[in-house]
Design a protein around this ligand. Structure first.
Ligand code: NAP
Length: 288
């Protein structure tokens, strides 16, 4: 069998960004420039790099992304205060609280304080509840990015497909599993207590790896012809490495998303699209 088709996240992101640019121009022409605030704790280097990439990507399409940096030692109340300022700011239509938050903070309470209408990374319990009910509006961007990649023409229909997700975090694994279920796949969620993980993964027609362990998924875990989506972004020896051993897995999978250049760029593009979406909803209607 030939090597797996590479599911090019940069190309998918480019298509999403083109649509976003047109919609941003329309919003700006109406005098309502889309503006997003990112609340970022300064102890998180990976979070800082990610937030910078959103600022840059926003800049390229005309979205204003403002950082609200907080010292590493900030308390839950400090974060809530910073959050309240952007929730109350009518100029800011979109809010991202960079996660994961440090363990000394009450993440649940903080996410509850994001206005659900401005919650472009789907962190508020209301938006999580909608996702649970199968009526998603704002879902975590990485999970939405996985689904964007699975919509590509090279990927067979998800309807009735056997899907396995490794990882059950609220940011990636769980929302991906819910979105796959909504797309009529039959889904198994695996985690660190799963027995016979290799055998369970081997049953998958669609395998999503969101583990946070470099090259964790090997060819022995992948069925011939499966579609494999690699969410992992592990920094190893100065470069990003996925959760999938791409070299061996590409010999058995029919399609594979690469790292870098797969889920990452699509996640950023989906976030921009969510920012435009909430900005359009917030913009005053013009009289008919
Ligand atoms: P996380 O919160 O650490 O969750 C990891 C999940 O993997 C947990 O559910 C854990 O199980 C499971 N796991 C760990 N070791 C396992 C093992 N040996 N066997 C089976 N399951 C195992 O990580 P996350 O936030 O979901 O992120 C996952 C990966 O995606 C990371 O590499 C992260 O950097 C990457 N990521 C990428 C993007 C992007 O935009 N590209 C965005 C977010 C995250 P338990 O629940 O039992 O602990």
């Amino acid at each position: 069998m030939a090597d797996a088709v590479i599911l090019d996240g940069r190309a998918i992101a480019g298509v999403i960004r083109s649509d976003v640019s047109v919609r941003v121009a329309a919003l700006r022409a109406r005098g309502t420039p889309p503006t997003c605030a990112i609340v970022l704790l300064e102890n998180d280097e990976a979070g800082r790099l990610y937030a910078n990439s959103i600022v840059k990507a926003g800049d390229a399409v005309g979205i204003d992304v403002e950082m609200r940096r907080l010292p590493a030692a900030s308390t839950t109340d400090d974060v809530l205060l910073a959050l309240a300022a952007v929730v109350d700011d009518a100029r800011v239509q979109a809010i991202i609280v960079q996660r994961p938050l440090p363990s000394h903070l009450d993440a649940e309470r903080i996410c509850e304080e994001i206005d659900p209408r401005k919650d472009v990374d789907g962190a508020h319990p209301y938006n999580q509840g909608l996702l649970m009910a199968g009526e998603s509006f704002l879902v975590p961007a990485t999970a939405a990015a996985v689904m964007e990649i699975l919509k590509q023409p090279q990927v067979p229909s998800l309807d009735g497909a056997r899907a396995v997700v490794i990882g059950r975090s609220s940011v990636v694994g769980r929302p991906v599993a819910l979105l796959l279920t909504a797309a009529n796949a039959t889904v198994t969620i695996c985690h660190s207590h799963t027995k016979h993980l290799d055998a369970v993964c081997h049953e998958a027609e669609v395998l999503v790896a969101a583990v946070g362990r470099p090259r964790f998924v090997t060819a022995a875990m992948v069925a011939r012809g499966a579609v494999v989506i690699d969410v992992g972004t592990n920094f190893v020896d100065g470069r990003f490495v996925g959760d999938v051993d791409a070299e061996s897995v590409s010999k058995v999978a029919s399609a594979l998303s690469p790292v870098p250049g797969g889920v990452g760029p699509v996640t950023t593009a989906v976030l921009l699209r969510n920012i435009v979406e909430v900005s359009e909803r917030a913009a005053p209607r013009t009289p008919a």
